[in-house]
Design a protein around this ligand. Sequence first.
Ligand SMILES: [Zn+2]
Length: 95
Amino acid sequence: MVTGAYWEDTMPYRPHPFSWVPAVGQRHASTDAKPAGGYPTGMTVQTLCGHQLIADNTETAWLWETCPECNAAARVLAGLPPVLGDAVAKTGGAS
Ligand SMILES: [Zn+2]
């Protein structure tokens, strides 16, 4: 069974209280309200890994790797068990 690390952003509803946002070379997740059509390029978004990043809403940006800290935090928000690995310990980390 494949463990779900991906959530499609094309669903007509929001199954989880966060959205994915590509920024600075990785796909991050954010609980900020997402405008229709996604976070526009240049918008500052508070990410689950504790940073304020500038969204980069380009086609190639969606091919970037998922930020492991956002992925771990997003799994918690989604009610899924945390990913195994060293990202687990970072979900509550600051700085
Ligand atoms: Zn992140």
